[in-house]
Write a protein that binds this ligand. Structure first.
Ligand SMILES: NC(=O)c1ccc[n+]([C@@H]2O[C@H](COP(=O)([O-])OP(=O)(O)OC[C@H]3O[C@@H](n4cnc5c(N)ncnc54)[C@H](O)[C@@H]3O)[C@@H](O)[C@H]2O)c1
Ligand SMILES: [Zn+2]
Ligand SMILES: [Zn+2]
Length: 346
């Protein structure tokens, strides 16, 4: 089968790889029908994610059709259309039982990380019963792909951890697909002001259409003064970091108001200075989280009801065999005006 393989920092190839086979009774083999590329895949290619070894098939998002199930899988059978969660959950370990499957003792974020992922014609999904979801007949399959990772990530790591409340002023730093997912889902809670900060004017335009009340292009280095001017010098109630570089986490520390929450979403490959000399007295809460994808069923209900519209996050379509072109488009999102790209394997 064809698969996108990581060959060390900066190196990727579309390779011919063996089709995966069942290993455990709880596994399923899924024939991929849709997959996509995540900002995290770009971090992996930068060498930011040390757990990914050369030779790994990348990808942790997508939908497909069950090709084969192990004897221990009871919830799915051959031919079922499924959503693949980016988080593999055994459902039984201590972490899974307390609602934190991101740290599942035999799962967590393993797809396209420590086991082969979804940017391929087939993928092996461990603990299929608790790591896949059936696709409702009424939901567009492209829309479903947004539920594998980015919508639960924006919602759980950004909106819920940031404790967005009605009337809040929220700063969202980073208007990539994950940041925009936080933007869409924070509006469940009716914040009063949403200030979106990015370097890319196209993404800021999109943010306005998605509900931002103000946008700041921070290329000129003046984002802090601008946010302070917009908040009567007080700073924001919630600052969500959705980039994953030191500068944007530092920005969140500078614009957070007293009693505020800084919710980090970004994957960081290098250290960031924590400014406790300023923040110690400010009653700040800082949260970090690897997405648990425990809100997928809730988010799916909002999609089915038409309250959340994931299709607007998708800008480009490619065939799976053209995935290198898709990486080029997603990796040059500014130039290409790209948000999420869908790869189809029909
Ligand atoms: N915590 C988790 O579980 C989890 C899950 C998925 C993704 N992520 C991470 O979330 C982050 C966002 O993902 P994405 O897919 O939206 O990525 P992306 O690369 O598409 O988006 C990042 C955005 O940040 C902007 N940006 C870059 N540098 C900036 C700067 N200095 N100031 C302001 N804006 C800047 C870019 O223009 C871009 O719009 C990534 O770090 C990704 O790895 C985390
Ligand atoms: Zn991801
Ligand atoms: Zn577990």
């Amino acid at each position: 089968m064809k698969a996108l393989v990581y060959h060390g920092p900066g190196k990727k190839q579309l390779d011919e790889m063996p089709k995966p086979a069942l290993r455990e009774a709880t596994d399923a083999i899924v024939r991929m029908t849709r997959t996509t590329i995540c900002g995290t895949d770009l971090h992996i290619l930068k060498g930011d994610v040390a757990t990914v070894a050369a030779g790994r098939i990348l990808g942790h998002e997508g939908t497909g059709v069950i090709d084969e199930v192990g004897a221990g899988v009871s919830h799915f059978r051959k031919g079922d259309r499924v959503l693949i969660s980016c988080i593999t959950a055994c459902g039984k370990c201590d972490y899974c039982r307390r609602g934190m499957p991101s740290h599942c003792e035999s799962g967590g974020w393993i797809l396209g990380n420590t086991i082969d992922g979804t940017q391929a014609e087939f993928v092996r999904i461990p603990f299929a019963d608790t790591s896949l979801y059936p696709i409702p007949a009424t939901v567009d399959e492209d829309a479903m792909v947004m539920l594998s990772d980015i919508l639960p990530t924006g919602y759980e790591c950004g909106v819920l951890n940031g404790a967005v409340k009605p009337g809040d002023t929220v700063a969202l730093v980073g208007a990539g697909p994950v940041g925009l997912s936080a933007l869409l889902t924070m509006q469940f809670f009716t914040p009063a002001k949403i200030i979106v900060i990015d370097l890319d004017d196209n993404r800021l335009e999109v943010a306005k259409k998605f509900g931002a009340t103000a946008t700041i292009n921070s290329t000129d280095g003046k984002a802090v003064e601008k946010v302070m001017a917009m908040t009567d010098g007080k700073g924001v109630d919630v600052a969500i970091e959705a980039v994953g570089v030191a500068a944007t986490f530092e920005l969140c520390q500078e614009i957070i108001g007293a009693g505020g929450h800084i919710a980090n979403i970004g994957v960081h490959g290098t250290g960031v200075t924590l400014h406790l000399e300023k923040l110690w007295s400010q009653n700040i809460t800082i949260t970090t989280r690897l997405v648990d994808a425990v809100t997928t069923p809730l988010l799916l209900k909002t999609v089915v009801a038409g309250k959340l519209k994931p299709l607007q996050l998708i800008t480009h379509h490619f065939a799976l065999k053209d995935i290198l072109k898709a990486y080029d488009t997603f990796g040059n999102a500014g130039r290409e005006r790209a948000l999420k790209v869908i790869l189809t394997n029909d």
